[in-house]
Ligand binder design. Structure first.
Ligand code: ADP
Ligand code: AMP
Length: 245
């Protein structure tokens, strides 16, 4: 505690005030616990920051967390790297552990957006157990539905700002300066697994292991269909319609 209080003294007043105002505005928002499910490139990461802002939720993307662990060469990252490079899923225990820990963050107080998790029925069951212990449950699952034939162009044209997770596309959402993040001016990167070749395995994993997760939640009556092949702004409108109902 003493450590975090000391750190607060080093934060600029304007940043503290901005955060205070954000928390005041958020205090009136209803809690929401959401899952975004869809194949790689369906637009989950593009829509998440918009939903996060609107409803004061935390955005937990297991892919981003795993990539950070790989880059930092942590024991978790070392275990996950091989499967990720091949476009296969990492083990259920690894991802369940990181989600369990991440959901405890203060930024998740009003709820969360799970992006890329759960990806197997075992993960969905473990998530249910975790939430049951907290006396909560998932409110809605947004199913980003899109034909596979559109995904290669989306994935191979994707550029990412690694530290913020901001996503661009050479054709659909180009940055102001090619290869440069609009906000920070830092370089953008292309993900190692964003190739046509690795996409094939990722899609295979999606259809075989993750589609059953959608059925799992359909049975609970909480799945909403999002037509993810529409342009980004129209997808946002569809998402807002679902979340306000
Ligand atoms: P996911 O998080 O589901 O893997 P992203 O949100 O990163 O997918 O989107 C994949 C790529 O497609 C990105 O380059 C993004 O800019 C672009 N994109 C996202 N949504 C759309 C859309 N509705 N129409 C066209 N391109 C999109
Ligand atoms: P993503 O950023 O969601 O496309 O995920 C990138 C890679 O991280 C996937 O291809 C998997 O190897 C791994 N990964 C991310 N989330 C999960 C998960 N919930 N379960 C298993 N593997 C995951």
């Amino acid at each position: 505690m003493a450590g975090s209080a000391a750190n607060l003294e080093d934060i600029h007043s304007v940043d503290l005030m901005t955060e205070l105002l954000r928390r005041m505005k958020c205090s009136t928002k209803p809690d929401k616990r959401l899952i975004l499910v869809g194949p790689p490139g369906s637009g989950k990461g593009t829509q998440s920051p918009i939903i996060k802002e609107e409803y004061c939720l935390c955005h937990l993307a297991t892919g981003d967390m795993l990539r950070a662990a790989v880059a930092a060469k942590t024991p978790l990252g070392i275990k996950a790297k091989e499967a990720m490079d091949k476009g296969q899923l990492v083990s259920d225990d690894l991802v369940v552990g990181i989600i369990d820990e991440a959901m405890k963050k203060p930024s998740c107080q009003k709820g969360f957006i799970l992006d890329g998790f759960p990806r197997t029925v075992v993960q969905a069951e473990k998530l249910d157990e975790m939430l049951k212990k907290q006396g909560t449950k998932i409110d809605k699952v947004l199913n980003f539905a899109i034909n596979d034939s559109l995904l290669e162009e989306r994935i191979t044209g994707r550029w990412v700002h690694p530290s913020s997770g901001r996503t661009y596309h050479t054709k659909y959402e180009p940055p102001r300066v090619p290869g440069v993040d609009d906000v920070t001016g830092e370089p953008l990167i292309q993900r190692k697994d964003d190739t046509a070749e690795v996409l094939k395995s990722r899609l295979e994993a999606f259809h075989r292991q993750t589609e059953p997760v959608i059925d799992y939640y359909v049975k609970k009556g909480i799945v909403a269909l999002i037509p993810a092949e529409k342009p980004p702004k129209e997808v946002t409108t569809e998402v807002q319609k679902v979340l306000s109902s």
